[in-house]
Write a protein that binds this ligand. Sequence first.
Ligand code: AMP
Length: 434
Amino acid sequence: MHNTRLCGIIFHGDVTMKITKQKGTRDIILEDTKIWQYVEKNIRDICREYNLNEIRTPVFEATELFARGVGDETDIVNKEMYTFLDKGGRSITLRPELTAGVVRSYIENGMMSQASPLKLWYIGNMYRYEKMQKGRYREFTQFGLEIFGSSSYLADIETICVSYELFKRLGISDKVELSINSIGCETCRKKYIEALKAYVLPRLDNMCDNCKVRYEKNPMRIIDCKEEKCKVELENVPMITDYLCDECRSDFEKVCNTLNSIGIPYVIDKKIVRGLDYYNKTVYEYTAKDLGLAAGGGGRYDKLVETLGGNTTPAVGFGLGIDRIVLLLKEYNMCENIGESADMYFTIIDDLAYPKAINIVNEIRRRGYIVDIDICNRSFKSQLKYADKIKAKYVCIIGEEELKNNKCIIRNMNDGTQSEVALDVCDIIKGIER
Ligand code: AMP
């Protein structure tokens, strides 16, 4: 037994004991990394083509940002945040979502003076202390887009186009269902909440404790309660869509009509209210039906910039769960042959050949090829074995004889055919491309 003291905490135990990853976290390694890179590449391509700006914000923020920005009655803020005091006594939180951070940055950096609308996208890790299950982690990654400065329904459509395009490019658009709803503006919501509360009040005793709290603090969240007994009570609950004001109704119709005319399939789900407080008007979710998992969600949040201290600025955005997208790709075998293997592996018979070989290798690399070379001084046989293991497409063999004659042998690892070419960058590349 051995005790170690670090940062004031005493660790008991054997110092040689294996340290394992924290609950709810994962290492993304080897083949999985290739799938992640594949998804990220598609995201970057789409964002480039849509002329969106990337934003990177800190992983930790003042706790107050999420209490105010996400809503202190949400599960995220109430139960799931990683919050701690730093050494200066500040209350810090690891971001549980990224919209609030992007809005903070938008205000703090005066981005309202940029060309409007301003479209900001991100890929980032989030942290929520959640109960673990398949596809639910404590550290997970989202791809998100936030558009500031457009109150038009066309901005809502643009966010749906971007998110849908990702599923389409990855070949899984038919595996996720897009559900949309409108939760109206403050005016229509006020009338609706009165009607909702009037309906729920006589039934509240039969409903879960969460719903009792929501009744007081955030009644709309009652609608998407997953408890069976609450679902029964809510069978004939009034729906927000029946209370929309003319503007909200017209906007929602335009969103639906436009989706119809551009061929993005969706269903209207009047029960979607979204978990976070800040949404208004259009809200939507992507669900991987077969897996029973939410793949992403988004909506309009016209009041958030103001809530966080900025000028009134309409905004709309989404967040998609990359972990779940990767899960989907694996589930439906959509990621076979993803990732690249080496175009060529250079074997060197002895390290005297290294200086000449590495200069050629580096030049071929500069021309965009993936090239690997022995760095272990291993036997020729072991080098070939390694080349085979890493699935190199070709091997370039430089033996003593070849080195003397300024030649090399190129072996096609697929069919075993070999040819002798000059030890020269262009000739070797020609050999690969045959
Ligand atoms: P939310 O910010 O809760 O609307 O989540 C947006 C998307 O992020 C969800 O639809 C999921 O795809 C993903 N997501 C949320 N929480 C988790 C989690 N704990 N683990 C993995 N993915 C998550």
